[in-house]
Design a protein around this ligand. Structure first.
Ligand code: FES
Length: 299
């Protein structure tokens, strides 16, 4: 399944689950309110019939029928409540699973980030969890010289508060956060794998996979989005043979990034290859523009 299809499926799943949660909650609240409203009326009716039955035995049948009706209504409400509770738990779990999937595909968004960070804080992540598996077809990871990490830790300190400074230095040096470097940070400092996982996924500027020699930034701001940024991105992915789930070609020459407004909306749709900007693109023109940049850079 392509990344875009996965995103659509995750979004649809979370919306359907949220709608079911809201519906179940609404029915349960309405049931509770109805029960409260009718309780005193039912009790009064039964008391009246009991009084009448004491003076006239012919009311006994009416009393029994009324008590039967009340029992049936209560049982039906209880059965409905049981079913709704199970449905509510299942829909909540489905919503959380879809939200996590969406976060894994898109990076954290304000609302789901809170849920994700809460769950990250709640459980301790083992060191192996810091290592992310590359998608099939993605370039292999280069060997890492870890002496730089040792120097950064010596400079910034071993406390948890130094985590962001250490990650920033590692990102600047390697141009991404290598798994080996992160494991080394955990070994040398008080920073936990859970803290690294939370911080590195929360800030968009941190990359967890190696970056290509040249970065293509396709603008997905509003003007570019409505002018076909998605088609341009898909065409470039196809032409550059970037595997699903990855953002860099197998030769690690180009990394394709989807970014917010690049500030030249009148040229939409727009992309940048390193510092070179190209605008008013079609999918075919985007690849041609990339070819021109390639020739200029003598790739
Ligand atoms: S929306 Fe693309 S440049 Fe502004």
């Amino acid at each position: 399944m392509t990344r875009e299809r996965q995103r659509t499926a995750a979004r649809a799943g979370s919306r359907i689950a949220a709608a079911i949660v809201a519906l179940c909650a609404a029915i349960m609240i309405a049931d509770y309110a109805a029960a409260r409203m009718h309780a005193s009326g039912d009790a009064e009716r039964v008391a009246d019939l009991q009084r009448l039955t004491q003076s006239d035995a012919s009311f006994a049948a009416k009393l029994a029928a009324e008590q039967d009706r009340i029992t049936r209504v209560r049982r039906a409400r209880k059965a409905r409540g049981d079913v709704l509770s199970v449905l509510l738990i299942a829909a909540s779990s489905a919503f959380l699973a879809s939200a996590k999937w969406l976060v894994a595909l898109d990076g954290p968004r304000p609302v789901v980030a809170i849920i994700l960070l809460a769950s990250l804080r709640a459980r301790s992540v083992p060191p192996s969890a810091v290592v992310e598996k590359p998608p099939p077809g993605a370039p292999t990871t280069p060997e890492i010289d870890l002496t730089f990490v040792d120097r950064v830790v010596a400079k910034e300190g071993r406390s948890k508060e130094a985590a962001i400074l250490i990650l920033q230095a590692i990102q600047a040096h390697y141009r991404y956060l290598p798994d080996e470097a992160l494991k080394r940070v955990c070994e040398l400092t008080d920073v936990t794998p859970a803290q690294i996982a939370g911080t590195s996924s929360f800030y968009a500027r941190f990359r967890r996979s190696p970056v290509g020699e040249h970065v293509i930034r396709v603008c997905h701001g509003t003007a570019c989005h409505v002018s076909g940024a998605r088609q341009i991105t898909e065409e470039l992915r196809r032409q550059l043979r970037i595997p699903d789930g990855a953002d860099t070609d197998p030769e690690r020459v180009f990394t394709l990034d989807e970014v917010a407004c690049l500030g030249c909306c009148s040229l939409a749709p727009v992309l940048m290859v390193d510092d070179h900007t190209a605008g008013r693109l079609t999918p075919a023109a985007a690849y041609a523009a990339l070819d021109i940049v390639r020739r200029r850079l003598q790739l």
